[in-house]
Design a protein around this ligand. Structure first.
Ligand SMILES: Cc1cc2nc3c(=O)[nH]c(=O)nc-3n(C[C@H](O)[C@H](O)[C@H](O)COP(=O)(O)O)c2cc1C
Length: 197
């Protein structure tokens, strides 16, 4: 059985963020699934500054960016958990994505879970993230998880509130595993990303 290296990128850095509870819920599912080797990549711990220069033009790119990029390069697939802000991708997450080299997710499947306080589960963010993932060479999978009214479903200390419906993760993880495993065995092919910005 292939074990898929799967970082879970948490895209909210806000104090009191609710999407952390969703990320930890998914992490616990992944940790009990022998097909995955998950790891939390918490954007809040990286403290990237605003992009003022492309990293390749900096004299010394930030060490945190090297460490972050390394995790993504090593991964077989990526799971993004992101809130929706102002009908789109949170600025901190987009800034981190803008710092990454193009092609860093080349031929890697990307599962996306969006989180919102409102009733639509962050669908606008989901659609925008799918387009942005293409710019990194990644392949957003068709399945997704959209968590609406997160404050009603997850408690302040994390964990599902009593009576809340369990998130339907089975099909999502099944599909993510399928694509990750298939692409892992698909061979190398030429890398035409070299030199691209
Ligand atoms: C700056 C900002 C913008 C937001 N915009 C939206 C929005 O467009 N749609 C929505 O449903 N919720 C919106 N929210 C509420 C978030 O979905 C809510 O905070 C939720 O808990 C997930 O984000 P969090 O992980 O930062 O808590 C916004 C929150 C912030 C802080």
């Amino acid at each position: 059985m292939d074990v898929i290296k799967l970082p879970l990128l948490l895209g909210s850095v806000r104090m009191g963020r609710r999407s952390e509870a969703v990320a930890r819920y998914l992490l616990s599912k992944l940790e009990s699934d022998p097909r995955f080797r998950p790891e939390l990549l918490d954007l809040a711990t990286y403290r990237f500054g605003l992009l003022e220069q492309r990293p390749e033009e900096m004299e010394k790119p930030p060490e945190a960016l090297d460490a972050f990029s390394h995790r993504l390069r090593e991964a077989d697939a990526l799971l993004i958990v992101s809130p929706e802000y102002k009908g789109g991708i949170p600025g901190a997450l987009k800034n981190a994505i803008d710092l990454l080299e193009p092609g860093i997710l080349r031929r890697k499947p990307v599962g996306i879970c969006t989180v919102s306080a409102g009733g639509f589960g962050g669908l606008q963010c989901l659609l925008q993230l799918r387009l942005t993932v293409f710019a990194l060479g990644g392949l957003p999978i068709p399945e997704s998880i959209a968590v609406s009214r997160v404050q009603e479903r997850f408690g302040e200390q994390g964990g599902l509130r009593n009576g809340s419906k369990v998130l339907e993760t089975e099909r999502f993880l099944e599909e993510l595993y399928f694509y990750a495993q298939a692409l892992k065995h698909a061979g190398q092919g030429a890398d035409l990303y070299a030199g691209r910005r």
